[in-house]
Design a protein around this ligand. Structure first.
Ligand SMILES: *Cc1c(COP(=O)(O)O)cnc(C)c1O
Length: 425
């Protein structure tokens, strides 16, 4: 299996090469040359999510150095539960927040980390994972690499622009994880990472590794929970619809890849916050990225979703896209209302991101539709300052997060220029 750039101007590479490169040299994103067609029988009798993961991912690694090691990689990467809870006979919630940082990015980050460990097994050089984060990604990457040999993680985040609990998830690890509060915004952090990757001196000194969200090693494993959930909920192959809280579209593209591989997935609904580039594109057919606006669902504050290139590679025309995909933008006012109603209507406490999907499901599905799954991307305790006033009580903190919140935090300040960063790494 080869991987091509969405821009078509870069050589095809193997999965391991695509994973180490992150971005293709022409600036495009890597996509598989074809989608393996699975038969559903192949998955009969598989017991857990890690077995399903290995069976699903193996054909994507045909001819790759990692192919023979996929069972071990998946059993180490898929080590936390991904429950599917029924709300009513037709509607279920796929809880992706039982990993170490209580959000779905733990799944992709831990798979990427396990693949990199395997690829570099016999390379004793120290590796540095350099990552910019606006909040959630950095914590997931830190958790995934914490305590791993021969690798250190350097996280850059915008000072004063992440929540207290997010900051704790970036700074409480110690050991091989270092976090820097950059005097600037997220764009400054991203620019610094880009500049560092282009610096010839640093390249000589360090083996740098990128772990940002466009990495194929983070995207592909996310398809696994759509595979598992669709197999569990479908009766006789009837399609199951999914509603996905979306920002950069990584999670949604993973759902559509699972669908393309033949799993019983019907419509995929992209729920966005007030950043409405995607619903506007579906409505008008014109792709107009917008400046980002700040919302209550801040991990989805994206005006120019980076995985749009992958979505368009999958659906070259708007007409094709509209057959499979719906999208709806949800205001902060509605997010607040949905969170407030959660305990009474469903007996559930939603995080602000999940609330967009709950609203989309209420609005778009009718009684005559089939089974549908709402994707819950984070635990509400991560966003307690938003959620608790709306429901009028405290949200219980999951054990892994509570553990992290107790630990001492360590961070350094950094001015937003490359020379300052080069002094530290
Ligand atoms: C990152 C994130 C999203 C958005 O996911 P994309 O793959 O970027 O669309 C949604 N919810 C939460 C909690 C997130 O951390």
């Amino acid at each position: 299996m080869r991987y091509f750039s969405t821009r078509g101007q870069a050589p095809a590479v193997t999965f391991s090469e695509a994973l180490q490169a992150g971005l293709a040299p022409d600036g495009g994103l890597y996509v598989p040359e074809k989608f393996p067609r699975h038969t559903l029988q192949e998955f009969h009798g598989l017991s857990g999510i890690s077995e399903i993961a290995a069976r699903f991912i193996a054909p994507f690694l045909t001819g790759d150095e990692l192919q023979s090691r996929i069972d071990g990689i998946c059993s180490r990467a898929f080590r936390f539960p991904i429950p599917l809870k029924d709300l009513d006979p037709k509607t279920s919630v796929l809880e992706l927040f039982h990993g170490p940082t209580a959000a779905f990015k733990d799944v992709g980050a831990s798979f990427l980390a396990e693949c990199l460990q395997e690829i570099h097994k016999n390379d004793s050089r120290m590796k540095t994972v350099l990552v910019a984060t606006s909040g959630d990604t950095g914590g997931a990457v830190a958790a995934a690499f914490h305590g791993k040999p021969q690798v250190e993680v350097v996280i850059l985040y915008p000072r004063g622009k992440v929540s207290a609990r997010q900051e704790q998830q970036l700074t409480a690890w110690g050991a091989n994880i270092r976090a820097f509060a950059v005097a600037g915004d997220f764009d400054d952090c991203q620019r610094l990472v880009k500049e560092a990757f282009l610096d010839p001196g640093l390249q000589k000194r360090k083996k740098l590794i990128s772990a940002n969200s466009i990495n194929i090693g983070r995207l592909l494993p996310q398809a696994v929970y759509y595979v598992a959930a669709s197999l569990k909920k479908s009766r006789d192959g009837a399609p199951v619809d999914f509603v996905v809280p979306s920002g950069n579209l990584g999670n949604a593209v993973a759902a559509l890849w699972a669908k393309r591989c033949g799993f019983p997935i019907g419509r995929v609904v992209l729920a966005t916050n007030a950043n409405r580039s995607i619903p506007d594109y579906l409505a008008s057919g014109e792709w107009k990225p917008q400046p980002t606006v700040a919302t209550l669902a801040n991990a989805m504050d994206v005006g120019n979703p980076s995985n749009m290139e992958r979505l368009r590679a999958l659906y070259p025309t708007r007409e094709a896209l509209l057959k499979d995909v719906d999208s709806i933008s949800v205001s902060d006012e509605t997010i607040s209302r949905i969170i407030g109603e959660g305990p009474v209507r469903y007996g559930e406490v939603w995080c602000p991101h999940t609330a967009t999907a709950v609203h989309a499901a209420e609005k778009l599905f009718t009684q005559s539709d089939g089974k549908r799954v709402i994707v819950a991307t984070a635990h509400p305790a991560k966003f307690e300052t938003i959620v608790e006033p709306k429901i009028g009580r405290a949200v219980e903190v999951p054990a892994a997060l509570a553990e992290l919140l107790k630990r001492p935090s360590q961070k350094s300040e950094l001015s937003p220029d490359l020379s300052a960063l080069l002094e530290k790494i």
